[in-house]
Write a protein that binds this ligand. Structure first.
Ligand code: A2P
Length: 231
């Protein structure tokens, strides 16, 4: 198979192909074609049938070809991770699983499972998202207005955002905060000059509401929709 950066796509053993992906990019689970979200005559999204193990094998081939330094997954639940980890002939384990993770959605069980398997959790929406109602479940309250995060921030002369980010990195979760604002981008880096006490970490852990901001409900009927399982 042609595994060059120029071909931009990697063929899968099931006859499909995937684009070469980089950090921060993703492909929707859809049928190849012109429409962004192709639908059938009943208005249901037509999915691109994917075999996650075949996809993983193609990603392993990318790594072996030197096209990727490390390979990981995103939004995988425990069952899906186990499917890869138990795949006959597995060559490379996922190094990371990128999932929603922050004080209101702390992912204790998935985090523990990933720890046991040396998989790093990369937390998206670590500040509680932009609360864009087109894709965010805004029934969960704004994270950065949380009184506990703000009170702890006061003690350290830090913002609630910095406390939320510090909490995540202190429990071994990689964070990828987003901001369009240069001052806030700088602020989000200034989290390595203080640390939270064990008691504060426990207080923040107790904020977990176990409610996702990012539910991806438009894909809930996809056979691999990951969020029906407990974790
Ligand atoms: P902005 O781009 O105006 O800074 P997440 O990383 O959880 O997806 O959150 C992104 C949202 O958080 C964006 O709306 C962003 O707005 C806002 N944000 C990013 N950094 C901070 C910060 N330090 N304080 C407050 N809001 C922030």
């Amino acid at each position: 198979m042609s595994l060059t950066a120029e071909s931009h796509r990697v063929p899968l053993s099931d006859g499909n192909s995937i684009p070469l992906l980089g950090l921060g990019t993703y492909a929707d689970p859809q049928k190849p074609g012109e429409a962004i979200y192709p639908r059938d005559e009943n208005g249901k999204i037509i999915y691109h049938e994917t075999n996650l193990c075949a996809t993983w094998e193609a990603m392993e081939a990318c790594k072996d070809a030197g096209l990727a330094k490390s390979i990981g997954v995103s939004n995988f639940n425990r069952r899906q991770l186990e499917m890869i980890l138990n795949k006959p002939g597995l060559k490379h384990k996922p190094v990371s699983n990128q999932v929603e993770c922050h004080p209101y959605f702390t992912q204790p069980k998935l985090l523990e499972f990933c720890r046991q398997h040396d998989i790093v959790i990369v937390g998206y929406s670590p500040l509680g998202t932009s609360r864009d109602e087109t894709w965010v479940n805004v029934s969960s309250p704004p994270l950065l207005e949380d009184p506990v995060l703000n009170a702890i921030g006061k003690k350290y002369n830090k913002t609630a955002a910095q406390v939320a980010l510090r909490f995540s990195i202190q429990r071994g979760v990689v964070v990828i905060p987003k901001s369009f604002n240069p001052q806030r981008i700088r602020e989000n880096f200034q989290i390595f000059d203080f640390s939270l006490t064990e008691k504060e970490m426990k207080e923040i852990e107790a904020l977990n509401k176990n409610v996702r901001y990012v539910e991806l409900l438009m894909w809930r009927d996809h056979p691999e929709y990951p969020f029906n399982d407990e974790y």
